[in-house]
Design a protein around this ligand. Structure first.
Ligand code: PEP
Length: 249
């Protein structure tokens, strides 16, 4: 049976508003002309999520947020709540991306609060975990990843579907990726952890970090890789479409 992949585009704070809307339209047009069996999720900047929801209203593409606040409403200047994203129609939320952990000092305790809130909604979480370069070099990659899973509580919370994106911090935007064996080993440890604890029915483990048109087929062929979280390459229409096509082979 064909293993349908999940491909998540993380646009971060890119591109400009008007280019972003044009890119959404252009991706929609291409996807409409294709036969796609993968689940495609696009996480654009929050300010164009409503445009994305309208553009993809008759499409197989789902829309997600890149983060959310754990409170439903309240005095949190500049924040957007998980409930607001749910109310406008987002189906997914990226949580705990390493850039949020580094630039906004998000720790596993806060990430647990976010997952716990999302658990009260219909949103499917995409939890990002990954080791630093120093942890990888010291042989502590899997310990670091499993600690993030444990402390964020994703293993114990009950969701209909959980998506974990293994994203080594040193691979993000660097053009470097782990070896096949390194990816396979971390993916199987994540799955083992989730399989043995809590109520984990439908778990998908994605790889993220410098996925591009050159390496995607190889990454998709690794045992235990259920899809990809794609940053830079998802901002180039032709590349993103090639990545989607690679999952169909
Ligand atoms: C990311 O930051 O989630 C990511 C996967 O980035 P890139 O593909 O650009 O390495």
């Amino acid at each position: 049976m064909k293993n349908h992949k999940i491909i998540v585009a993380n646009w971060k704070m890119n591109p400009s508003i008007f280019q972003g809307i044009e890119l959404l339209k252009s991706i929609n047009q291409s996807i409409n002309e294709m036969k796609v069996s993968s689940k495609i999720v696009i996480c654009p900047p929050s300010l164009i999520i409503r445009d994305a929801l309208i553009i993809f209203s008759n499409s197989i593409v789902s829309i997600g947020s890149q983060d959310c606040h754990h409170a439903e409403i309240g005095p949190y200047t500049g924040d957007l709540s998980y409930k607001m994203f749910e109310d406008i129609g987002c189906e997914y939320a990226i949580i705990g991306h390493s850039e949020r952990r580094a630039n906004h000092f998000e720790d596993n305790k806060l990430i647990f609060e976010k997952l716990n809130s999302i658990n009260r909604s219909k949103i499917i979480p995409i939890l990002c975990v990954g080791e630093s370069f120093v942890e990888r070099k010291s042989g502590l990659a899997s310990e670091a990843v499993i600690r993030q899973i444990d402390e964020s509580g994703i293993n114990k919370l009950e969701f209909d579907q959980k998506i974990i994106a293994y994203e080594p911090i040193w691979a993000i935007g660097s053009g470097k990726i782990p070896t096949r064996d390194e990816i396979m080993s971390i993916h199987s440890k994540i799955r083992e952890k989730l399989d043995t604890e809590g109520n984990n029915k439908d778990i998908k483990v994605l790889y993220g970090g410098s996925v591009n048109t050159e390496n995607v087929s190889d990454i998709f062929s690794i045992n235990g890789v259920d899809g990809a979280l794609v940053g830079g390459a998802s901002l180039k229409k032709a590349d993103f479409i090639k990545i989607i096509e690679s999952a169909e082979i």
